[in-house]
Ligand binder design. Structure first.
Ligand SMILES: [Zn+2]
Length: 211
């Protein structure tokens, strides 16, 4: 005859830690509304800063792939759109690391697009424009058109989306592939862009200008 099994004691195992509060998340609808607000505010501020809505050439062609021309950053798409996709990848990683505990993906997308809109405003401030013109190959750079800036914000959203969907190695491959593509295509890239803005190097400038 076996002894009766003792009833399980509730305190036998240490209590599990209380589950963390779920991160704050926006509904898809609220996200769309806030993105619309952020885009509208960015566009209005850029117009107030004196940026033209579209390229002064007036051509309706939506892209311009010749970097050293007055059309660069004036039409909807140009090679630098790729750098803005990479902004989205970096913002996805950065907001996940810094805010992932508190904010869900849609809320972090809104943070990323606000940062990108802020970057567009800074990038089109006269201080940064003069610096680009003085230190980089962007001799014809007079700031982005408003449509181009908004497309850049869209490219950032695309990058954020891709980084969310891809595994980490996929994002890394995407990042390296775009950087390499831009180096071969226009002798520029996000990394060079940042270096030349922060700490201009003569060697890079002479390579970029074909010397
Ligand atoms: Zn043009």
């Amino acid at each position: 005859m076996s002894e009766p099994t003792p009833p399980p004691t509730p305190d036998a195992t240490p209590a599990a830690p209380a589950p963390a509060a779920p991160p704050f998340e926006l509904s898809a609808r609220a996200t769309a509304a806030w993105v619309a607000v952020a885009v509208t505010v960015t566009a209005a501020l850029l117009l107030l800063m004196g940026r033209s809505p579209w390229c002064s050439c007036g051509s309706p062609v939506p892209w311009s792939f010749v970097v050293q021309s007055k059309h660069n950053s004036q039409h909807l798409l140009d090679p630098y759109a790729f750098t803005h996709v990479l902004h989205g990848v970096l913002f996805c990683a950065g907001t996940w690391l810094a805010l992932g505990r508190w904010l869900g993906p849609r809320a972090r997308l809104l943070v990323a697009l606000s940062l990108e809109g802020g970057w567009e405003l800074l990038e089109n401030s006269s201080w940064v424009i003069e610096r680009y013109r003085a230190e980089t190959i962007s001799l014809d750079y007079y700031g982005d058109s408003v449509i181009n800036s908004l497309a850049d914000v869209g490219a950032c959203a695309l990058g954020f989306y891709l980084a969310r969907r891809l595994p980490l190695w996929g994002s890394l491959v995407l990042f390296c592939a775009f950087e390499l593509l831009l180096l071969l295509w226009i002798k520029d890239s996000l990394t060079l862009n940042v270096i030349m803005l922060v700490y201009p190097l003569e060697a890079i400038r002479s390579w970029q200008s074909g010397g």
